[in-house]
Write a protein that binds this ligand. Structure first.
Ligand code: F0G
Length: 447
C-alpha cells in the first residue's frame, strides 16, 4: 500500500471553532498583531508550536491515573528515571518543568561571562539563558543551511571547520559544546550521525563535553535511519542510544518528543555537575524526584518516550509533515526544503519580496494566514532573533497526533489563496518590546 495512514484512531474529540473574517480582524487588532496574544478559541488550526500540544495516548492517560504523587522517591520518578537512562544512556536524570528550566540550570553551572557555547543553532530560550548569564551563544550550522532551496539530507549539521577554529582559538572559553537535534531554529533539519561524531572528536581533543538539545531526538534519529548510509537496518532506538553515547548529557523538553503536555529534564554522566544541578533544582523547581512536575506527568513522559520511538509513528510523522511541504512546493509556494521533522517553514523573504526585512515579512505573513483562514503560525526570523536571524521564516509546526489529513488540506488551500493575493500584504513595525524574547509580547502596528 502506498497510502500511509495515521497509526491511531480517535477516542476523544475536541471541537474547533470557526470564526468570521471580521471576528479575526478584531482579534488580530486586540492582539496587536502578535499571534501569541490571541485567545486560542479564536484559532481554527493552531500550528503555533508542536510543544506540549500533542495528543496523549490511552497508555499515557492510564499512566496519569497511576501517577504516584509522593513528595520524595515516588514510583513514577523511578519509572521516568529508568526510561530516560534506558533510551539516553545518561546516569543522572534531573526532572524539570520544561526544557528551558534544564537549560537555565545547565548554563548557570557551565555558563557565565567570557564563556562561549557553540551549537548548530541555539533555540531562542537556549540563547537567552546563555546570554542572561553573561555568556555568548555561537551558531555554527553549516553554510548550506542558509539556502532554503538546497535539498540536502542533513541541513542541521554543524560546520566542523568553524567549530574547530572556535575551540582551538581558546578552549578554556568553551565549557561545553551543544548540538540541537533536530535544528529547530534552522528549519527542523536533522543532524547526521557522522557530523555528531565529528563534533565529538573536535571537542574531545580539548576535553570539552558534548551536550545535546534533544527535544526532537526521535525525529532526528528517524532521518538518520532513512537518509544516512549504513543505518537503514538499525532500529531508531538503537540509533538514539548510539548517538547519545557520543555525548555527555542532554537537555530535553518532553513537550516535543516526550509526547507529553509538560515536562523536561537534564541528563548527564557528570556526577559533580548533577550534584550542583540538584541543588539549584531544589531552590527553584522542586525536590530531585519531581523537579516541578507531578508524578502523573512523569508517568506520561516515561510512556511517551517509548511511544515516540515506534517506527510506524515516526514514518507517519515524517510523511505527513512532508505532505504539507511537498504540496506547497509543487504549487510554487516558497518553502524551506526539504521538510523538517516537526514543521514546514514558509520562506517569507521570497513569499513577500516587496516587504523589506526591517518590516518583518514573516510576521506579516503569519498575520495574513490568520486573517484569511484562522490558522496560527509562528514567525521565526527577525522578530524572534533580531540581528541573529539567518532566514525570514514562518513556521507551521505540526502538533503530534492531533490534526488529520483534511485539516492539512485546508491549510494547503488557505496558503495557496494567500499566496495568490500576496501583493496586498504589507509590513509591520514594532511599537513596544521587552528586553529579551521579545516575540512573545511585543506589539506591532501595520504600516
Ligand atoms: N530547545 C529547542 C530546540 C526547542 O525547540 C525548545 C522549545 C526548547 C529548547 C525549550 O523547551 O519550551 O520546553 O522550555 N521550543 C518550542 C517551540 C517552544 O515552539 O519550538 P521548552
Amino acid at each position: 500500500m502506498k497510502t500511509i495512514i495515521e497509526p491511531f484512531r480517535i477516542k476523544v474529540v475536541e471541537p474547533v471553532r470557526q470564526t468570521t473574517q471580521e471576528e479575526r480582524e478584531a482579534a488580530l487588532r486586540r492582539a496587536s498583531f502578535n499571534l501569541f496574544q490571541l485567545a486560542a478559541e479564536d484559532v481554527l488550526i493552531d500550528l503555533l508550536t508542536d510543544s506540549g500540544t500533542g495528543a496523549m495516548s490511552q497508555e499515557q492517560w492510564a499512566g496519569v491515573m497511576r501517577g504516584d504523587e509522593s513528595y520524595a522517591g515516588s514510583r513514577s520518578f523511578q519509572r521516568f528515571q529508568a526510561k530516560v537512562q534506558e533510551i539516553f544512556g545518561y546516569e543522572h536524570v534531573i526532572p524539570t518543568h520544561q526544557g528551558r528550566a534544564a537549560e537555565r540550570i545547565l548554563f548557570s553551572i557551565v555558563g557565565g561571562a567570557g564563556k562561549i557555547i557553540p551549537n548548530n543553532t541555539h533555540f531562542d530560550t537556549t540563547r537567552a539563558n546563555i546570554e542572561y548569564g553573561g555568556g555568548t551563544a555561537r551558531d555554527l550550522v553549516r553554510a548550506e543551511a542558509r539556502d532554503p532551496t538546497l535539498e540536502l539530507p542533513f541541513k542541521g549539521d554543524v560546520d566542523l571547520a568553524r567549530l574547530a577554529e572556535l575551540v582551538e582559538a581558546d578552549p578554556r572559553r568553551v565549557p561545553i559544546g551543544m548540538v540541537t537535534i533536530t535544528n529547530n531554529a534552522g528549519g527542523g533539519q536533522p543532524v547526521s550521525f557522522d557530523n555528531v561524531r565529528g563534533v565529538r572528536a573536535i571537542l574531545e581533543a580539548h576535553a570539552i563535553p558534548l551536550y545535546f538539545d534533544a527535544c526532537r531526538f526521535a525525529e532526528n534519529c528517524w532521518f538518520i535511519k532513512t537518509r544516512e548510509p549504513g543505518f537503514a537496518e538499525r532500529s531508531v532506538r538503537e540509533i538514539a542510544r548510539a548517538l547519545f553515547a557520543l555525548g555527555d548529557g542532554c537537555t530535553m523538553s518532553a513537550k516535543k518528543d516526550g509526547l507529553a503536555n509538560i515536562g523536561g529534564f537534564l541528563a548527564t554522566n557528570d556526577a559533580r555537575l548533577a550534584a550542583e544541578a540538584r541543588n539549584i533544582l531544589i531552590l527553584t523547581e522542586g525536590f530531585p524526584t519531581y523537579g516541578g512536575l507531578a508524578g502523573r506527568d512523569l508517568e506520561a513522559i516515561a510512556q511517551g518516550l517509548d511511544e515516540v520511538l515506534d517506527e510506524d509513528y515516526l514514518r507517519y510523522r515524517a510523511v505527513s509533515t512532508a505532505y504539507l511541504c511537498d504540496h506547497l512546493h509543487a504549487e510554487g509556494v516558497p518553502v524551506l526544503r526539504p521538510a523538517g521533522g516537526h514543521a514546514v517553514y514558509l520562506d517569507a523573504a521570497r513569499f513577500l519580496p516587496h516587504v523589506p526585512k526591517a518590516q518583518f515579512p514573516g510576521q506579516a505573513l503569519a498575520c495574513a494566514l490568520y486573517r484569511h483562514a484562522g490558522i496560527r503560525a509562528c514567525e521565526i526570523g527577525g522578530v524572534m532573533f533580531g540581528e541573529h536571524a539567518q532566514l525570514e521564516l514562518v513556521r507551521l509546526a505540526i502538533p503530534r497526533r492531533v490534526y488529520t489529513q483534511s485539516h492539512i488540506d485546508y491549510v494547503v488551500e488557505a496558503i495557496l489563496e494567500v499566496f495568490a493575493a500576496r501583493e496586498r500584504i504589507g509590513g509591520l513595525r514594532i511599537v513596544e518590546e521587552p528586553p529579551r524574547l521579545r516575540h512573545f509580547t511585543c506589539k506591532f502596528e501595520e504600516l
